[in-house]
Design a protein around this ligand. Structure first.
Ligand code: GDP
Length: 364
């Protein structure tokens, strides 16, 4: 899962991104991609992995991860090429969801680019750039589709109708996701890769003092009302504090959080919210070599889940042997689960469930 961090200058993006990078030091041996300077990889907190590790004593434990991309430099006029303009907009196109950091902290030492703290104005400044960029994409697409539609192409006429409806929403200054679309139309809209069709999580960056009661911060309240209207989520956190939290070891962290009256760190809440927002879940693999969590979309069937591990697994898929996480814990070993008849053999139509402990059987 890829998340792109955006926001005006001086709102706390780098501070949050530093926290992310430090959190990612734990998974430094992350095997899948070369880590770029603007990318941070964070493990998805999952206590099931620790419990399974107690059973299997594996050589290593590999959590699912979320990739954060720092898309700094989005400023007023970006859609017209101001700042590093279009380059940043194209980076946003590649992410699954946007994390929009908004300044909700007062600090006379930190200059606000617009002079005052005003989260809604800030949100709209960024959003208008994204909307303008989308309008440009849409206009180009409409031009082509228009020609085809005039030639009597039914599909093109259907598409043109959707494009026009989305354009209308954008022209009103609203994000594309506010356009009312049904199933097929939504699928078509997704393929357009519009920036404002992507899910958004607003991070309300608050100061240390509001951390125990973020709702009492009037700026946060405003952001929540704004986000509610467009169906987005708000995660209040203090980026500065997050940066400190990730540097503590587990024991220190526990104490510190208790002292602050916090159950989860802001980063953990952010990751959890993005999982929910994107409809993701994890299945697990466990053995003496490795205990590991893998990310899939809800509704994914067994062969495609196998394909997340390796494309050969999907191609040669025979069946999946599955024990639920709860049964696995209760039985204490795969053999015991099998003996008790709690290991199910599932075929290619099986829809994976969150926390399934899986052994894939496949032909090579
Ligand atoms: P960016 O330009 O959006 O990347 O912003 P930075 O992360 O560089 O932050 C700008 C300034 O705001 C820095 O001096 C930070 O120390 C300060 N800052 C960032 N987050 C917080 C926060 O949560 N609370 C307070 N009080 N200051 C913060």
């Amino acid at each position: 899962m890829k998340l792109g961090i955006v926001g005006l200058p001086n709102v706390g993006k780098s501070t949050l991104f530093n926290a992310i990078t430090k959190a990612g030091a734990e998974v430094a041996n992350y095997p899948f991609c070369t880590i770029e300077p603007n990318m941070g990889v964070v493990p998805v907190p999952d206590e099931r992995l620790d419990k399974l590790a107690e059973i299997f004593h594996p050589e290593k434990v590999t959590p699912a991860v979320v990739e954060f991309f720092d898309i700094a430099g989005l400023v007023k006029g970006a859609s017209k090429g101001e700042g590093l303009g279009n380059k940043f907009l194209s980076h946003i196109r590649e992410v699954d969801a946007i994390v929009h950091v908004v300044r909700c902290f007062e600090n006379p030492d930190v200059v606000h680019v617009e002079g005052t703290v005003d989260p809604i104005r800030d949100i709209e400044t960024i959003n208008i750039e994204l909307i303008l960029a989308d309008i440009e994409v849409l206009e180009r697409r409409m031009e082509r589709t228009h020609k085809a539609a005039r030639g009597g192409d039914k599909q093109a006429q259907w598409e043109l109708d959707i494009l026009e409806r989305i354009k209308h929403v954008l022209d009103e200054g609203q994000p594309a996701k506010m356009c009312q679309l049904d199933g097929d139309e939504q699928e078509f809209a997704r393929q357009l890769q519009l920036l404002t069709y992507k899910p958004v999580l607003y991070v309300a960056n608050i100061d240390e003092d509001s951390i125990t009661q973020p709702e009492s911060n009037p700026y946060v309240k405003k952001v929540m009302d704004y986000a509610k209207n467009e169906g987005s989520e708000v995660i209040p956190l203090c980026a500065k504090l997050e940066e400190e939290i990730v540097q503590l070891d587990n024991e220190e962290k526990k104490l510190f959080m208790e002292e602050m009256g916090l159950k989860q760190s802001g980063l953990e809440r952010l990751i959890k919210a993005s999982y929910e927002l994107l409809g993701l879940m994890s299945f697990l693999t466990a053995g003496p070599k490795e205990v590991r969590a893998w990310t899939i979309k809800r509704g994914t069937k067994a062969p495609q889940a196998a394909g997340v591990i390796h494309s050969d697994f999907e191609r040669g898929f025979i069946r999946a042997e599955i024990v639920s996480y709860e049964d696995m814990l209760a039985c204490g070993s795969l053999a015991a689960a099998r003996e008790k008849g709690l290991m199910r053999s599932e075929g290619k139509d099986y829809v994976m469930q969150d926390g399934d402990v899986v052994l894939f059987r496949f032909n090579v």
